[in-house]
Ligand binder design. Structure first.
Ligand code: HEM
Ligand SMILES: *[C@@H]1O[C@H](CO)[C@@H](O)[C@H](O)[C@H]1NC(C)=O
Ligand SMILES: *[C@@H]1O[C@H](CO)[C@@H](O)[C@H](O)[C@H]1NC(C)=O
Ligand SMILES: *[C@@H]1O[C@H](CO)[C@@H](O)[C@H](O)[C@H]1NC(C)=O
Length: 417
C-alpha cells in the first residue's frame, strides 16, 4: 500500500472536517476495525505479566530528598543533582523480572527499573508526578499534564488512579473491572501511543506489537542523527519515520495526539543528557533505551533500560512552554500533514484547534500555550472514524489535578457541569 505525494495533494483538495466519519466516500471501512489490543493480542490481558507482590515505589527520604516531590505535589523545582543519589540503594537499577510490566515509554521503563515508579509497572498518578520531578527534573505543570494524559487517554483508572505502563492489567488497575471495562494501559494504540514512534513499530506493521524496542529503528535513528540526538537530528528522523509509515502502513494515522511524539523526541535532548555538558550522545541515549551495539553494527535490546552512569539531571525544570516550543520547532523544520490514510491511496486531513487542514499553524498566544492541555480537555479525533471524548469523570480529574496550572495561561477550562 503506497501513498504518493500526489494522492495527498489530491486529498487535500477534498478536505474533510473533524469529525471523521466512517461512511465518507473513499474510506475503506474494512480498515476501521477496533485498533486496540485485547484478549491474547500483543499488549492484551492474556499475555500481560501479573506480579502478585505489588510494592509501591519507596519515594524520597530525608536522607535522599532529590527535589522534594512527594504525594503528587510540587517539588522545589531545582535540578542539577546526581540520580540515583550516591548511596541511595532504594533507587539503584534493578532489572525487570518476568512478572514486571514494561511498555513503549523508555522514560517510564527506566523510572520503574530504578524504583521511582513501582517496579512491577503498575503505577499511580502520584508516583508519575513525583518520579518525573525527582528523577528527570520535569516541571510540575508538565509532569501533572503528562500523568493526567496517561490516565485519562489510555483508560487508566480514575478511582484507583492506577495505570499500567505497558499492557492491559485491568484486574490490577481497575476498582471494578465489570464497571470500568478494559483498561489497556500505555500500550493502547492511537491513544497516547501512536504511529511513527522513534524505536517502536507501528501497531499495524508490528501486528499489534507497538511497544517493544526495535533495533533496526534505533540504528536508523543513530545514523540519521549522526549519533547526536539533538533537535535537528531528531526532527529529520521523525520526518523519515513519517514517510516510512505513510508509505508502508495502510492504517497510518497521525492525529492531534501525535503532537506528543514530538514532545517525546525532545526528551532525548532535554531530559536524558547528563550534566555538566548535557550532550545527547550515543552512550547516554543507548543506556536509557537499553540499546546494545553488536560487532556487526546492529542493535539489540539488553533488557536493561537504565539511567546512564554518573548521571546528573537538568538544572531548570522542563516546563509545558518548553516542550511546546520544542514540538513547534521540530515540526517547522519538516512540516507534515496531520490526518489518516483511507486505505485506498487517499489521506484525509484533519482540523483540531491549531491544526488547520492538516497543518499545524501555531501563533504565540493561548492556543499555542494550551496545545497539549487541549488534548486532555477536548474531544480528540483518535483514528479515522473514532473520537476520544473525555468523560465527566476524566474532566473532573483534569480539573482537580491539572487545570490550576493552565488557567493562568488562559486555556479554556473544561465545563464539567
Ligand atoms: C506520565 C508521564 C509519561 C507518560 C504517560 C508517557 C507515555 C509515553 C507513551 C505512551 C509513549 C509511546 C508514544 C509512541 O507511540 O511513541 C512514550 C514515548 C516516549 N517517552 Fe514517555 N511518557 C511519560 C514521560 C516520559 C518522560 C519523563 C520521559 C523522559 C525521560 C519519556 C521519554 C519517552 C521517549 C523518549 C519516548 C519515545 C520512545 C520511542 O518512540 O521509541 N517519557 N511515552
Ligand atoms: C523493525 O523495524 C523495521 C523497519 O521498520 C522492520 O522492517 C522490522 O520488521 C521491525 N522488526 C521487528 C522485529 O518488528
Ligand atoms: C563514575 O564515577 C565514579 C566515581 O567518581 C568513577 O569511578 C567512574 O569511573 C565513573 N564512571 C563513568 C562511566 O564515568
Ligand atoms: C481549508 O481548505 C479549504 C479547501 O481548500 C478552504 O476552503 C479553507 O478555507 C481552508 N481552511 C483553512 C483554515 O485554511
Amino acid at each position: 500500500m503506497k501513498y504518493s505525494l500526489m494522492s495527498i495533494v489530491l486529498a487535500a483538495e477534498a478536505v474533510t472536517a473533524f469529525p471523521f466519519v466512517a461512511n465518507m466516500p473513499g474510506v475503506d471501512s474494512s480498515l476501521l476495525r477496533r485498533q486496540q489490543s485485547g484478549g491474547s493480542n500483543p499488549g492484551g490481558p492474556a499475555s500481560c505479566p501479573n506480579n502478585p507482590n505489588h510494592v509501591p515505589a519507596p519515594g524520597i527520604t530525608a536522607q535522599y530528598p532529590y527535589n522534594g516531590a512527594k504525594n503528587g505535589k510540587k517539588g522545589n523545582g531545582k535540578g542539577g543533582y546526581q540520580v540515583p543519589a550516591p548511596g541511595d540503594t532504594a533507587h539503584q537499577f534493578v532489572a525487570p523480572g518476568p512478572l514486571d510490566i514494561r511498555g513503549p515509554c523508555p522514560g517510564l521503563n527506566v523510572a520503574a527499573n530504578h524504583n521511582f515508579l513501582a517496579h512491577d509497572g503498575i503505577t499511580t498518578f502520584n508516583e508519575l508526578v513525583d518520579a518525573q520531578q525527582n528523577l528527570y527534573s520535569v516541571g510540575y505543570d508538565l509532569a501533572t499534564l503528562l500523568a493526567a494524559l496517561g490516565l485519562t487517554l489510555t483508560d487508566g483508572d480514575l478511582v484507583t488512579e492506577k495505570l499500567s505502563i505497558g499492557c492491559d492489567a485491568t484486574t490490577r488497575t481497575s476498582w471494578s473491572p465489570a464497571l470500568t471495562g478494559q483498561e489497556p494501559g500505555l500500550d493502547g494504540h492511537n491513544k497516547f501511543e501512536a504511529d511513527t514512534s522513534l524505536t517502536r513499530d507501528d501497531y499495524f506493521l508490528g501486528t499489534g506489537d507497538n511497544f517493544n524496542f526495535n533495533g533496526t529503528l534505533f540504528k536508523m535513528m543513530t545514523e540519521t542523527t549522526g549519533g547526536l540526538y539533538n533537535r535537528d537530528g531528531l526532527a529529520k528522523y521523525r520526518y523519515q519515520r513519517y514517510q516510512q509509515s505513510l508509505h508502508d502502513n495502510p492504517n497510518f494515522y497521525f492525529g492531534p495526539l501525535s503532537l506528543l511524539l514530538f514532545g517525546a523526541s525532545s526528551f532525548l535532548y532535554e531530559l536524558m543528557p547528563s550534566g555538566p555538558d548535557y550532550t545527547p550522545d550515543e552512550a547516554t541515549i543507548s543506556s536509557f533505551f537499553g540499546a546494545a551495539k553488536q560487532s556487526d553494527g546492529t542493535y539489540t535490546f539488553n533488557g536493561e533500560e537504565k539511567i546512564s552512569d554518573n548521571w546528573t539531571n537538568r538544572v531548570e525544570p522542563y516546563s509545558n512552554s518548553d516542550v511546546v516550543a520544542e514540538i513547534l520547532a521540530q515540526y517547522l523544520e519538516y512540516p507534515v500533514l496531520f490526518g489518516g490514510a483511507t486505505g485506498n491511496g487517499g489521506f484525509d486531513l484533519l482540523n483540531f484547534n491549531s491544526i488547520k487542514n492538516g497543518s499545524l499553524v501555531a501563533a504565540p498566544g493561548p492556543e499555542t500555550a494550551c496545545l497539549l492541555y487541549q488534548l486532555a480537555t477536548q474531544s480528540v479525533p483518535s483514528y479515522l472514524n473514532s473520537i476520544i471524548t473525555p468523560t465527566i469523570d476524566a474532566l473532573n480529574f483534569v480539573t482537580n489535578k491539572v487545570a490550576p496550572q493552565f488557567e493562568k495561561l488562559g486555556c479554556p477550562q473544561a465545563l464539567t457541569k
